[in-house]
Design a protein around this ligand. Structure first.
Ligand code: ATP
Length: 877
C-alpha cells in the first residue's frame, strides 16, 4: 500500500508507531536497523584519478615539454648533463604533484569539517514528550513537528496541518509554495499533497508528520544518488590565479622559444639553447601558487569558524574582505535577544485587575512551549510568558484557535477559554493593535477608546520606546458563543485595549566597539528592523550607530517611496529602516548593489531568503535562524552576534592580504632567476645559474616560508582603510611592480654581486669564455644561487606586511616562517658543501665570507621595502 492512500490510523499501524511517538528504546533500535538519517556524500573522482590530474594540467605539461627538450638534447649531444636535468624536472613534477595533492586534500577536509559544525536540529515526539534532537537521529515511525522555516528532515506523511505550505524547490526545482493536507489521496506519492519530502522547506504554518523514509531511502537521497555531487567550481580568486599562471607560463614559453632562436642564430649548440629555454620555462612557472591559495582560503575559513562565523563557500572568504555595507537586523544581532519585562502601562492607573488581564493575555496569546523540561520559544514571548507566570497566571488557558503572527500585520491573536468564557486575545505592535481597538479598559470598566484616550495611549508607548524598550500592546474581547468559526478579520476587530508591556533587550556589549571598527574601515551599517522607530533610534544611539539626527524610513513610507527617493535616503550618512518586513530588505539590497556596493545582509526567517541570496554575503543566524535562512545564506553566525560579522570581515581582509603577500614573495624570485639567463644569452658570460639550482630554489625557498605568509595575523591598520574597490583584482600593476621590479631587481643585484665577486676573485675578466664544468663557473653559479636564497630570506620578512612596518610585527612571531627559513638554510648548506649536493646541483663549496657579504644585501632589501612602506603610510595619512 502506498503511504499516501492510508488513513492516519493505517499510517500508524503500518509504521508501528502511535500518536505519542516512539519510545526512546524503540527509536534506538530502529536507528541501528535503518542507520543514521543522512545523505551519504556521493563519491566524486577517485583519489587515484585526482592524483593523476596533477600530472596533466597546464603547468605540468609545460614542464613535460622541458623534460622532452632535455632528452632530445641528450640524444643530440650526449654527456652534457641534459639527461640528469630531464630526470630532475620529472622529480620536480612528482614532488609538485604530491605537494599540490596534499594541499588540496587538506583544504577539502577543512571544508568538510566545517559543514559538521552546523547541526540540523528537529523536534520529534518520543515517549509522548516533545524533544529536540539532531536530524541524523530521526527514524522511520518518528512523529516529527514542523513549522515555518524548518526543513523536513525525512520523508513525512502529514497527519496534522495548520495552514501548512511547503516549498519543493529542493526536489522539483520549482520554487512555489504548495499547501499540504492530511487527507488520504490516490495517485503517486510524488504528487500527493499529504507528503512533505526530506529537503523541502516549510514556508508557512505548522504541522505534524510521520517519518516513513530516512537517509538514502528518501526521495532526496535517491536523487542525490543519481546526480552525484557537483563540484563547486573555482572562486573568482582561484580563477584569477589560474589565468595569471597561464599568462606567466605562456610568456615564459614564448621567451624560451625566442631566446632559443637567438642562440641558434648566434651559433650556439642545440643543447646550450635548450638548456636556456628549459631554464626560462622552469624559472617562470609558479608551480605551487593555486594550491597554496586554495589552502590559504580554506585555512582562513577555519579561522573564521573559530571566531563563530561559518563560511559555506570559499568564494565568500574573499568576498567578505570587500564588504562595504552591512544591513543588519536589530533584535538578537545588535541586541542580546534576552528580553525582560521592564514596564507595564495601562490607562487605568495602578489597578490589580487591569494588570491581571494584561498578563492573562500575555500568557494566553503566546506560543512558548516546554521542550525537554525547558521553556522554548521566541524570546519576546518567552519573557512575556515568564512575567505572566510571575503574576500567578498558571499554564496557558485552553486555546481553541490561533491566528499566527505575521510580519505584515505585526500582531497575533488566539481564541481561548478563560474561566469558562471564550475570549479573543491579541498582542502586537502598538499601532497595529490600537488600530483594531474600539474600546479600552479603565477603572470604571470598558469605555469607548476616543481620540483623547488614543493620544494618551500613544504618548504612553512612545515614552517607553524612547527608553529603547520594545513595546507590545494587548487587547481582548469576549467572543460570541462558540468563538471558533470566526475568521481573522472578524476576530480582530472592536477589541478592548488592555495596555502595554515594555521589554528590555540590552545591546550586546561587543557591538559598540565593532561599530567603531566598521566606521574606521569605511564600512557603512544600515539597521533594518521590524521594531518601532523610537525603539530603534534609542538603541542605535546607545550602541553608537547614530550620533546626530538619523534619517528614519518607516515601512509604511518605504513602500510609497520611489527608487530615486530611496537612493537619496540611502545616501545619507545615518539611515535606519524601521517597521520593515523581510520582503522590503530585498529592495534595499538591490538598490545598494546598483550603487556598486558590496552588501552583507543578515536575516533569520523564511522571508529573508531572497535578500540573503541576492546579497554579496547573506548572513543567517545560527541560533535563532530558520533552516531556510541558513540554507540561503553564505555565512552562518554561530553566536548570532553582529561583532562576529566584523571579525569575519577583518579575517577576510587579512586572508586577501596574505595571499597578496605570498604572491609578491614568490614572484620576487622570478626576476633574479630569469635575468642571469638573459645575461647569459646576450653576453656569453659563464652560466650564472643552473636549471637544477632554479628548481632547488623553487622547491626549497618557495614553499615553506610562503605557507608561513599565509597565516600572518591581520595587519594593525587593516581596519583603518576603506574596503578594496569592487573592480580591484588580486594581482594588479602595483603588486607586479613591487614584486617583479622593485624587490626582484634588488634581489637580482644581490645575487649578481655575489656572482661577479666570485668570478673576479677567481681571475675571470670580461670576455673570457669558460667551459660549463670549470670549477670557477661552478663556484660562481653557486654564489648566484646562494645570493637568491639569502635575498629571499630578507624578502620573506619584507613581505610579512604591506603597510605596517615589519619591526612592529615582531621578528620572531611567525614560527612557520622561522622554521621554513631554518630548513631552507640547512638544505642550502647541504647543497653547497655536501659532495652529493654538489653533484646533483652542479655546485661547489664557496668561501664563508660570501655568506657574510650577502647578509647586508638582504638587509638592504628589507630596509628598501621598509622605506616604501613608510612612504605608503605617510601618503595614507
Ligand atoms: P528585527 O527585524 O530587528 O529582528 P524584530 O524582531 O522586532 O526586529 P519582527 O519580528 O518583524 O522584527 O517584529 C516586528 C514587530 O512585531 C515587533 O516590534 C513587535 O511589535 C511585533 N511582534 C514581534 N513578535 C511578535 C509576536 N510574537 N506577537 C505579536 N507581535 C509581535
Amino acid at each position: 500500500m502506498k503511504i499516501n492512500t492510508l488513513t492516519k490510523e493505517e499510517v500508524f499501524r503500518s509504521l508501528v508507531t502511535t500518536e505519542q511517538g516512539l519510545t526512546a528504546h524503540e527509536a534506538e533500535r530502529r536507528l541501528l536497523e535503518f542507520g543514521l538519517n543522512r545523505i551519504e556524500a556521493v563519491k566524486g573522482r577517485s583519489l587515484v584519478l585526482r592524483f593523476a590530474d596533477q600530472f596533466t594540467h597546464f603547468l605540468a605539461i609545460l614542464l613535460w615539454i622541458a623534460v622532452a627538450l632535455s632528452f632530445v638534447s641528450e640524444y643530440l649531444s650526449p654527456g652534457e648533463g641534459m639527461l640528469a636535468l630531464g630526470i630532475a624536472i620529472i622529480a620536480v613534477i612528482c614532488i609538485n604533484a604530491v605537494f599540490t595533492f596534499i594541499q588540496e586534500y587538506r583544504a577539502e577536509k577543512a571544508l568538510e569539517a566545517m559543514k559538521k559544525l552546523l547541526p540540523f536540529r528537529v523536534r520529534v515526539l518520543r515517549d509522548a514528550r516533545e524533544t529536540e534532537l539532531s536530524a541524523e537521529r530521526v527514524v522511520p515511525g518518528d512523529i516529527v513537528l514542523i513549522a515555518e522555516g524548518d526543513k523536513a528532515p525525512a520523508d513525512l506523511r502529514i497527519i496534522e496541518a495548520s495552514d501548512l505550505r511547503v516549498n519543493m524547490a529542493a526536489l522539483t526545482g520549482e520554487s512555489e509554495a504548495v499547501s499540504r493536507t492530511t487527507e488520504p489521496s490516490d495517485g503517486d506519492v510524488m504528487h500527493s499533497r499529504n507528503i512533505a519530502f526530506a529537503g523541502t522547506t516549510v514556508v508557512s504554518g505548522s504541522g505534524i508528520g510521520v517519518a516513513f523514509a530516512t537517509g538514502m531511502s528518501t526521495e532526496f537521497g535517491r536523487i542525490a544518488h543519481l546526480t552525484g555531487t557537483v563540484s563547486p567550481g573555482l572562486t573568482p580568486l582561484q580563477k584569477e590565479i589560474v589565468r595569471l599562471t597561464r599568462i606567466v607560463a605562456a610568456i615564459a614559453g614564448v621567451t624560451g622559444v625566442v631566446f632559443f632562436a637567438i642562440g641558434w642564430f648566434s651559433g650556439r649548440t642545440f643543447w646550450e639553447n635548450a638548456l636556456f629555454a628549459v631554464g626560462i620555462i622552469v624559472a617562470n612557472v609558479p608551480e605551487g601558487l593555486l594550491p597554496t591559495v586554495t589552502l590559504a582560503l580554506a585555512m582562513g575559513s577555519q579561522r573564521m569558524a573559530k571566531r563563530n562565523a561559518l563560511i559555506k563557500t570559499l568564494t565568500s572568504v574573499e568576498t567578505l574582505g570587500s564588504v562595504s555595507v552591512i544591513c543588519t537586523d536589530k533584535t538578537g544581532t545588535l541586541t542580546q535577544n534576552e528580553m525582560t519585562v521592564k514596564k507595564i502601562g495601562t490607562l487605568c492607573g495602578p489597578s490589580a485587575e487591569a494588570e491581571q488581564w494584561l498578563f492573562t493575555a500575555a500568557g494566553a496569546c503566546n506560543n512558548t512551549r516546554e521542550v525537554d523540561g525547558e521553556l522554548r520559544g521566541d524570546p519576546t514571548e518567552l519573557a512575556l510568558f515568564r512575567a505572566a507566570r510571575g503574576h500567578g497566571i498558571a499554564a496557558a488557558s485552553v486555546r481553541l484557535k490561533e491566528f499566527s503572527f505575521d510580519d505584515e500585520r505585526k500582531r497575533m491573536s488566539t481564541i481561548n477559554v478563560v474561566d469558562g468564557a471564550v475570549y479573543i486575545m491579541t498582542k502586537g505592535a502598538p499601532e497595529s493593535v490600537l488600530s483594531v481597538c474600539a474600546r479600552c479598559r479603565r477603572e470604571v470598566g470598558e469605555v469607548p477608546l476616543d481620540e483623547a484616550l488614543r493620544q494618551e495611549a500613544i504618548a504612553l508607548y512612545q515614552a517607553f520606546m524612547d527608553q529603547g524598550l520594545r513595546v507590545l500592546a494587548f487587547a481582548y474581547r469576549e467572543a460570541p458563543a462558540g468563538g471558533q468559526p470566526l475568521s481573522r478579520e472578524e476576530a480582530e476587530q472592536e477589541l478592548v485595549f488592555l495596555g502595554f508591556i515594555g521589554l528590555e533587550d540590552p545591546p550586546r556589549p561587543e557591538v559598540a566597539a565593532a561599530i567603531k571598527k566598521c566606521r574606521t574601515a569605511g564600512i557603512r551599517i544600515i539597521m533594518i528592523t521590524g521594531d518601532a522607530s523610537r525603539t530603534a533610534v534609542a538603541i542605535a544611539r546607545e550602541i553608537g550607530l547614530v550620533s546626530g539626527q538619523p534619517t528614519v524610513v518607516e515601512g509604511e513610507a518605504f513602500v510609497r517611496m520611489s527608487d530615486g527617493e530611496l537612493r537619496t535616503a540611502l545616501a545619507q550618512p545615518e539611515v535606519i529602516f524601521t517597521r520593515m518586513t523581510p520582503k522590503h530588505k530585498l529592495r534595499v539590497v538591490n538598490l545598494l548593489k546598483e550603487e556598486g556596493e558590496r552588501v552583507a545582509v543578515t536575516g533569520d526567517g523564511v522571508n529573508d531568503a531572497p535578500a540573503l541570496k541576492r546579497a554579496d554575503i547573506g548572513i543567517a543566524m545560527g541560533r535563532s535562524g530558520t533552516d531556510v535562512a541558513k540554507e540561503a545564506a553564505d555565512m552562518v553566525l554561530l553566536d548570532d552576534n553582529f561583532a562576529t560579522i566584523v571579525s569575519a570581515i577583518e579575517e577576510g581582509r587579512a586572508i586577501f592580504d596574505n595571499i597578496k603577500k605570498f604572491i609578491t614573495y614568490i614572484f620576487a624570485h622570478l626576476t633574479p632567476e630569469a635575468i642571469p639567463y638573459i645575461l647569459y644569452a646576450l653576453f656569453r658570460i659563464p652560466l650564472p645559474l643552473t636549471v637544477a639550482q632554479i628548481l632547488a630554489i623553487d622547491l626549497g625557498t618557495e614553499t615553506l616560508p610562503a605557507l608561513g605568509l599565509g597565516v600572518e595575523p591581520p595587519e594593525a591598520g587593516i581596519m583603518n582603510i576603506p574596503p578594496r574597490p569592487k573592480q580591484s583584482t588580486l594581482i594588479d600593476a602595483a603588486l607586479l611592480l613591487r614584486s617583479y621590479v622593485f624587490l626582484g631587481l634588488i634581489s637580482t643585484a644581490g645575487a649578481l654581486f655575489a656572482y661577479f665577486y666570485v668570478l673576479n676573485l677567481g681571475g675571470w675578466r670580461w670576455g673570457m669564455i669558460l667551459p660549463l664544468d670549470h670549477p670557477l663557473v661552478r663556484q660562481a653559479s653557486t654564489a648566484t644561487f646562494l645570493g637568491i636564497v639569502i635575498m629571499q630570506v630578507g624578502n620573506v620578512f619584507a613581505c610579512r606586511s604591506s603597510r605596517e612596518t615589519v619591526f612592529r610585527r615582531g621578528f620572531f612571531s611567525n614560527r612557520l616562517i622561522l622554521g621554513g627559513i631554518a630548513i631552507e638554510l640547512l638544505l642550502q648548506v647541504l647543497i653547497v658543501y655536501h659532495p652529493l649536493g654538489n653533484k646533483i646541483f652542479s655546485t661547489a663549496p664557496i668561501p664563508l665570507d660570501i655568506w657574510l657579504l650577502l647578509v647586508p644585501c638582504a638587509l638592504a632589501l628589507l630596509f628598501a621595502e621598509e622605506g616604501r612602506k613608510y612612504l605608503v603610510r605617510r601618503r595614507g595619512r
